[in-house]
Design a protein around this ligand. Structure first.
Ligand code: IMP
Length: 434
């Protein structure tokens, strides 16, 4: 039986954000909530994001399309703040179609969303190689270079440009010529030819054309008609360009960019669900104070199957950092928490949670997002008793082992926000609501 999330949906338009370094399980929550909403709207990021959703015996993989697409009554929207790799998007659409998911009017793409092109991916990889041990550890999906071009303006191509062949051709020719100077001059790379790119992306444009529209108008008309909207932030707040562990972040405002990325004002959002794993994980480089580069981290990695959906990289794993979580909750304005993967922690005698840092000779319980400062933060832990019972057969939070409930209570009390959803496995029914 699926959990009843109707109560959460009565709160009004809801936003779902990741509170750690990504991979918290937003896809599962968005999939469950989508049943209660008319729209699932993604506002940022691109195919750097990745998650899978399990429904019965089927597993669906997502990078760009909101997992709300699995619910036939829910329209999935890629809003203006998303950067779209048309090749990746069409592959994902094909894959979902093969799995029986129909895609027509229920997928809408903003004409103002920016397009990721092959030179963005080349630039991303070449820049990382050049940085060597200083690299960010990006997903090499071209996200940073695409957002950089968006900010530069003169070198940007939006979905609307892609649909206008003459405009696309003129821009692409000019941009490829400029990019070739950069690729050859800075990285010694071979030049790109514009015409095969033009042919390939022109074909993509034809396939995507029926889905492209003005999504700002779409969303405002939907709100005026009383439709219920769920917003999905890709990546997560600690990877946020402004509020994450800069410079080891992604290039969009993952936890704070809803308004800019959709054209919907923040005041239209009535509830913010913060998604958090019962522990911490991170892919890519950057400080991670509670990382356990040891047998504990390995146990969490294996039990939680912590390998990247997008790149397959093993994720770094560690204890739950409550200092970071309280910061994330404050910055995103999360009104409730969804604690995911609690089942992964079954089988530990003791569990640690970080409640303060030792930083520059002082004890602090404020999260310092600047990477160079955070790198020297030493976590101060509180130890809680663990539990050994498997959680798969639990149906209510009240039936969880006492120490699992104590762990959840500790999180809620420290952060100051209630835990509303607890996930104890990948299946839809393995979700406890309170
Ligand atoms: P980029 O977004 O590919 O530029 O990568 C920048 C940083 O964000 C790297 O550390 C990536 O591993 C990380 N990152 C980007 N998207 C995700 C995500 O969805 N989950 C986890 N990490 C991500």
């Amino acid at each position: 039986m699926e959990p009843d999330l109707a109560l959460l949906a009565t709160l009004g338009n809801t936003s779902v954000v990741g509170l750690q370094w990504g991979d918290e399980g937003k896809g599962k929550v968005v999939d469950l909530l989508a049943e209660q909403f008319d729209f699932a709207v993604r506002w940022n990021g691109g195919s750097n994001a990745g998650h899978s959703v399990t429904v019965g015996s089927k597993r669906y993989a997502f990078h760009l399309i909101p997992s709300g697409i699995l619910r036939p009554q829910c329209v999935s929207v890629l809003a203006n703040g998303v950067v779209i790799d048309p090749i990746q998007l069409l592959q994902e659409m094909d894959q979902l179609a093969q799995q029986g998911i129909a895609m027509g009017e229920n997928l809408r793409i903003s004409s103002a969303a920016h397009v990721v092109l092959p030179y963005h991916k080349r630039q991303d990889s070449l820049s990382e190689s050049r940085l060597a041990d200083k690299k960010i550890g990006t997903t090499a999906r071209g996200i940073g270079p695409c957002y950089a071009d968006k900010a530069t303006r003169s070198n940007a191509i939006r979905m609307g440009d892609l649909l206008d062949e003459a405009r696309f051709k003129e821009k692409l020719q000019r941009i490829v010529e400029e990019k070739n100077h950069l690729l050859a001059g800075l990285y010694g790379d071979v030049p790109l030819e514009w015409s095969p790119i033009f042919e390939q992306y022109r074909a993509c444009a034809q396939q995507l054309r029926p889905h492209v529209c003005n999504t700002v108008q779409l969303l405002h008309e939907a709100m005026a008609a009383g439709k219920r909207i769920m917003f999905e932030g890709a990546n997560a707040i600690l990877l946020d360009l402004d509020h994450g562990t800069y410079p080891f972040v992604t290039s969009s405002n993952c936890g704070t960019g809803l308004s800019a990325g959709t054209g919907v004002p923040g005041s239209a959002v009535k509830s913010v669900l913060g998604i958090v794993k019962a522990y911490n994980s991170r892919v890519g480089a950057g400080p991670f104070p509670t990382e356990q580069d040891n047998a504990t981290g390995e146990k969490i990695r294996q039990r939680g199957r912590e390998f990247g959906t997008t790149t397959g990289r093993p994720r770094r794993c560690g204890w739950l950092d409550l200092v970071a979580l309280r910061y994330s909750t404050r910055v995103t304005g999360a009104t409730a928490l969804c604690v995911m993967l609690l089942d992964v922690l079954s089988g530990f005698d003791e569990l640690k949670v970080c409640t303060a840092y030792r930083l520059a000779g002082k004890t602090t319980d404020w999260f310092e997002a600047d990477a160079s400062q955070l790198a020297s933060a030493e976590p101060i832990y509180e130890t809680l008793p663990g539990w050994h019972e498997p959680l798969d057969a639990v149906h209510k939070v009240a039936d969880l082992p006492a120490n699992a409930r104590r762990y959840l209570d500790k999180i809620a009390a420290f952060v100051g926000v209630p835990v509303r959803i607890v996930s104890i496995g990948p299946a839809r029914h393995q979700t406890l609501v309170q």
